[in-house]
Design a protein around this ligand. Structure first.
Ligand code: OOG
Ligand code: MG
Length: 257
């Protein structure tokens, strides 16, 4: 592989310029998943070097709907920094993005560290301080949102921004039964439940903790963990308003300008 730092700059520069680039595998078709995570690590190092702080982690492709939409069938992992956290009521600025999409997610806020291997759904719930509603704004740096599994991993799983809803609920109820209604500009575009995420959204967090554990990593107390899009993402355009309403977790919305 070409030096991981070169490809990390390739995707970071595309993000800063808000201009799409070709997928890495167009140039390096043999790029492996393992090498892609090395590029992602380098990308996060660059972001931290420019002043960002890691405040969480994310899973992607944890629902059948997302896997079908993207034509990929394995969960993927990414990193969230403070620069990605969009305060509630703050719009998504189209000029800072390439072709942003928005998707509803269930978010875990950890009260305790969580380290694999052997982490179960029960362990995740015990380590969780609260769960809240979330919207993730994904914005692949690759032209036409077209990528292979290694490409999207290297691109930090298309992470761009995320918004957290105001309700912090104790996870003392069945999270697989959380209902979600997703609306765009006042029209319902999808309905789903927590079980869309690997049967139970905490299963996604357990898989992430176990995967990280094999690499010597830990999910830290205080981190926000996004468990993955509950349904296919919707494109954002200037003026568009997306709203997700959850049972137990209230509502979270975002507008694009
Ligand atoms: C990859 C990121 C997937 C999710 O929640 O499934 C993701 C993409 O769809 O561009 O964030
Ligand atoms: Mg997502």
């Amino acid at each position: 592989m070409t030096d991981a730092g070169t490809w990390a700059s390739w995707v970071l520069d595309a993000e800063v310029a808000a201009e799409a680039v070709a997928p890495i595998t167009d140039v390096e078709p043999s790029l492996t998943v393992e090498e892609a995570y090395e590029i992602q690590e380098e990308l996060i190092r660059l972001r931290v070097a420019r002043g960002e702080t890691i405040i969480g982690a994310k899973l992607g492709l944890t629902s059948k709907a997302k896997q079908l939409a993207m034509g990929l069938d394995e969960p993927i992992y990414g990193v969230l920094t403070d620069a990605m956290l969009l305060p509630i009521e703050q719009p998504v600025t189209m000029a800072e993005h390439i072709h942003p999409r928005v998707e509803p997610e269930i978010v875990f806020v950890l009260a305790h560290d969580l380290a694999g291997p052997g982490v179960t759904i029960q362990d995740v719930l015990a380590a969780t301080g609260s769960v809240c509603s979330g919207l993730e704004i994904i914005d692949s740096r690759f032209a036409d949102f077209r990528f292979t599994l290694p490409d999207v991993i290297a691109d930090n799983t298309s992470a761009s921004r995320f918004v957290l809803g105001p309700v912090a609920a104790e996870p003392s109820f069945d999270l697989s039964m959380i209902g979600c209604v997703f609306e765009v500009d006042g029209s319902v575009v999808g309905t789903t439940a927590g079980a869309a995420i690997l049967g139970h959204p905490a299963e996604a967090v357990a898989q992430l903790a176990n995967w990280l554990g094999r690499r010597g990593g830990v999910l830290r107390a205080g981190w926000k963990i996004m468990s993955g899009g509950l349904m296919d993402a919707m494109p954002l355009h200037a003026g568009r308003h997306a709203l997700a309403t959850f049972s137990r977790l209230g509502r979270v919305g975002v507008r694009a300008t």
